[in-house]
Design a protein around this ligand. Structure first.
Ligand code: AMP
Ligand code: ZN
Length: 486
């Protein structure tokens, strides 16, 4: 391999040669899901992108500690400091304990991540499991003079912080512009400055998730959890901090301010942001109501879809775009990805059936260099995939007897394809084992039961009928639902 890994750093707005603080160790923190509802495909795109990054760093020989949190407290509606708590609202709606909501959607998230063949993080800390650490950090920020308490709520003093530090360092915006886009404070506001944000929030009587603190009963603000948990598991300054691009302007900007105020150090050397998955050009989000759920793709149960798509087709569709480009979701794009994925995997399966010649008329080493150059250029998976299709052309041509490869070239090609397709891109053969099928069927039966419980018979019938078309029969009985291949 000739080239060095270059990473685009949001902080410096340029690609930089990747130099970890303590090689070969790499600390990577990625903001995880807020588990008050099912993850949508946009969320999945961010996690699949960081899975690619995690896999490639490991492939290069780095020992990565990958920390991805679970947000299970503190994230209020509209990402603000006041308003409804997402967990309390959902718990009331579904008549469950907030921690039952957390458990239900965490399990669902893990299931979806497994179907997309993402590697689990090394540590998956939750906000509710780290209240003590968050309180401790808030205390230290108050001690440093950069936070103040009003009536049980603690705010970060952005104006004071901005006297010595650049609050907008991550996104390079002007403070005045930010202020102009923030509403004026009214008489009932407790905070002093318009840009101040809550580190700890006093619990209203209806707020179910609450903990005792030096400022009374309350709960942490959304941003403090990531500062506290990244510090605990990766140290004051670590290598990579990641998340979706939508997090840079507020959540990550505030994380930097909190960590600077507490530790007097930049939290992360490289800030990496994935771009948004869009539908007809509009960001996919829960609040916009244009969120596709992964299982809607796996069953084809959505008005914009002509049929079901497998998790690997959807993963391949995501990897065909660079993580910093937007990716627009459509049935046509998925259809094209499905064809491309099948063509790639058929060629991979042919690798063990190719005839060996005495000489080669193709240079596999050059191809290998181009594959690594693509990934070293800020994890450029679409260029890598284009190179792999060049390999597909060669494999098919050797199989048809139109080109030849000697044993050495053939071995190199096999190794390269297996490393790039399986280890780096994280694709899996679709020839399902019984174990995989059982897991997918368990998921679908659970989703169908949930639909039935909500009297959403259109969805439950659609799941049953789509499975029937695929040759799988569901059988309902008193003891539950079983399935059989027809
Ligand atoms: P949330 O569950 O809202 O906290 O989001 C979890 C992760 O998904 C965050 O890193 C978000 O930035 C990311 N995310 C949310 N919407 C999208 C989208 N449409 N495309 C890509 N990533 C997204
Ligand atoms: Zn975060």
């Amino acid at each position: 391999m000739d080239s060095q890994l270059q990473v685009y750093n949001t902080l410096t707005r340029q690609k930089e040669v990747f130099k970890p603080i303590n090689p070969p160790l790499v600390g990577m923190y990625v903001c995880g899901p807020t588990v008050y509802s099912d993850v949508h495909l946009g969320n999945c795109r961010t996690f699949v992108s960081f899975d690619l990054i995690y896999r490639y760093l490991q492939h290069l020989g780095y020992k990565v500690r990958y920390v991805r949190n679970i947000t299970d407290a503190g994230h209020l509606e509209g990402d603000r400091d006041e308003g409804d708590d997402k967990f309390t609202k959902k718990a009331k709606l579904e008549q469950l304990e907030p921690m039952e909501i957390v458990q239900k959607y965490t399990l669902g998230f893990h299931e979806v991540m497994r179907l997309f063949n993402t590697l689990p993080p090394n540590i998956e800390p939750s906000a509710t499991g780290h209240i003590t650490e968050q309180i401790e950090m808030v205390k230290q920020i108050i001690d440093s003079g950069l936070a103040y308490e009003v009536n049980g709520t603690v705010y970060f003093d952005v104006e004071k912080y901005s006297k010595d530090q650049n609050y907008t360092i991550l996104t390079n915006r002007e403070l005045d512009d930010l202020l102009a886009n923030t509403r004026e404070l009214g008489g009932q506001d407790d905070k002093k400055g318009r840009l101040d944000f809550a580190l700890w929030i006093k619990a209203k009587p209806e707020h179910l998730m609450r903990w005792p603190s030096p400022w009374g009963w309350g709960f942490p603000g959304w941003h403090i959890e990531c500062s506290a948990m990244s510090k605990k598991y990766l140290g004051d300054t670590f290598d990579i901090h990641g998340g979706g691009l939508d997090l840079a302007a507020t959540h990550h900007t505030n994380e930097i301010a909190q960590s600077q105020a507490c530790n007097h150090a930049e939290p992360a050397k490289y800030w990496m942001h994935t771009n948004m998955l869009t539908v007809n050009g509009t960001r996919m989000s829960k609040s916009a109501g244009n969120g596709f759920l992964p299982f809607e793709l796996f069953t084809g149960d959505h008005p914009l879809l002509s049929r079901a798509y497998s998790p690997m087709t959807v993963r391949f569709f995501m990897l065909q775009a660079h993580y910093r480009s937007t990716l627009d979701f459509s049935n046509e794009a998925l259809e094209a990805s499905d064809k491309g994925f099948k063509r790639l995997m058929s060629a991979v399966h042919l690798l063990d059936k190719l005839p060996v010649a005495g000489s080669s008329d193709y240079n596999v080493q050059d191809l290998s260099k181009r594959c690594y150059a693509a990934m070293n250029d800020d994890f450029n998976s679409p260029v890598l995939i284009a190179e792999l299709f060049e390999a597909v052309r060669v494999i098919n041509s050797v199989y048809d007897g139109k080109s030849k490869l000697n044993l050495e070239s053939l071995d190199q090609l096999r190794q390269l394809m297996k490393a790039m397709v399986f280890d780096v891109l994280g694709l899996q053969s679709e020839e399902k084992s019984e174990g995989d099928l059982t897991a997918i069927m368990d998921l679908l039966i659970r989703l169908r039961n949930e639909a039935k419980a909500k009297q959403d018979y259109a969805t439950s019938d659609q799941i049953r009928m789509s499975l029937q078309e695929l040759g799988i029969q569901l059988k309902d009985s008193k003891s539950g639902t079983t399935w059989d291949k027809i």
